[in-house]
Design a binder for this molecule. Sequence first.
Ligand code: RB5
Length: 143
Amino acid sequence: MKIGLCSDHAGLEYKNKTISYLLSKGYEVANYGTDSPESCDYPDFAHALANAVESGEVDAGIAYCGTGNGMAMTLNHHRGIRAGLAWGTAIGKLVKEHNNANVLVMPARFISWRMALSIIRAWLDTPFAGGRHQRRIDKIPNV
Ligand code: RB5
């Protein structure tokens, strides 16, 4: 499985730690930036990750910004993206089980690295439940 990563400056440290963690677990990764601690604009990186997921260049994505909201808002403008914001382990599990999020978004300024790891594991290890949840996902697009 190949996972794409992105962040703005606020999420840079956790993004880089996530890349190391995923590599250590045998995942393939692709980094869509930022790679600088300088202040930057999260959409520049969110769109790059979203395009990669939509084109199949990567199977799924993980994104960080300070609150997670800017990344989630931008990612969810893409038709092929279901980006879910998670700040606790149970939400990390449910965002896959119920929402089949293909991009996991986390608020780097509001969770510990230990929590981020726990959320990532929950999201990766939990299967999508399908059934009534698939029906609901099918109703998300309004055009
Ligand atoms: C950057 O200061 C901050 O606005 C950004 O990381 C994010 O929280 C936006 O949603």
